[in-house]
Write a protein that binds this ligand. Structure first.
Ligand SMILES: [Fe+2]
Length: 212
């Protein structure tokens, strides 16, 4: 990850939760301060604490969270590594100064692969709404810079399929229930007001799956 959020203690990987890059109340009205406080301070922290406990108990000297996501067997270690990574990637893809549409190469790629930004975002909302139960919806690219939407249940992360994540929305109920109750599609629509396209464009330009 790009942040200084991993440390190694006696060659053991230790994940450190980074600072949220904005104030908890700064995404209102798309996301309330109360949701951010539960989601970042409690849910995300718990995944990180669980990950560190499981890494410490593992027989394998994991080198990075991405290493775990790509290669760990299905189960608790994978789940907590992916949930850690997904949440940081999600929160770092949002900004109080976000919204609007991407520009440059990413805008061109969206027009090429989806027809228009509106069609892309409709497909993103539809894919996220269609996830049965908890999960994540992603905008990804591959080494040929083709864009695609991938959605999956629980701790799904497309790194496991050698795809490059660009944008993610959390569709677990804890991400939106306080603010939108069961209206997941509305929550995904409102997310458009705070997506930090400058960051997403940087991710697309870099073509590697780092967090900032
Ligand atoms: Fe979440």
């Amino acid at each position: 990850m790009a942040h200084t959020d991993t440390q190694h203690d006696n060659n053991r990987l230790i994940m450190v939760q980074p600072e949220l890059p904005y104030a908890p109340d700064s995404l209102v009205p798309a996301i309330s301060a109360r949701t951010i406080q539960y989601h970042w301070d409690i849910h995300t922290r718990t995944y990180i604490d669980n990950l560190n406990r499981l890494v410490a108990a593992s027989d394998i000297a994991w080198t990075s969270v991405e290493d775990i996501i790509r290669t760990a067997d299905p189960g608790s270690l994978y789940n907590n590594a992916a949930q850690t990574w997904n949440h940081i990637f999600y929160f770092y893809g949002l900004s109080p100064a976000g919204g609007g549409e991407p520009t440059g190469d990413l805008a061109k790629a969206i027009a090429r692969d989806f027809g228009s930004f509106e069609r892309f975002y409709d497909a993103f909302v539809d894919a996220g709404t269609a996830v049965f139960g908890s999960g994540w919806v992603w905008l990804t690219t591959d080494n040929s810079r083709r864009l695609a939407i991938h959605a999956g249940s629980n701790a799904y992360n497309p790194l496991r399929e050698d795809l490059v994540p660009l944008l993610v929305a959390d569709v677990w109920e804890h991400a939106y229930y306080l603010d939108y109750q069961n209206r997941r599609a509305e929550a995904l629509r409102r997310l458009a007001d705070i997506i930090d396209w400058t960051t997403i464009e940087k991710r697309y330009a870099r073509l590697d799956a780092i967090q900032s």
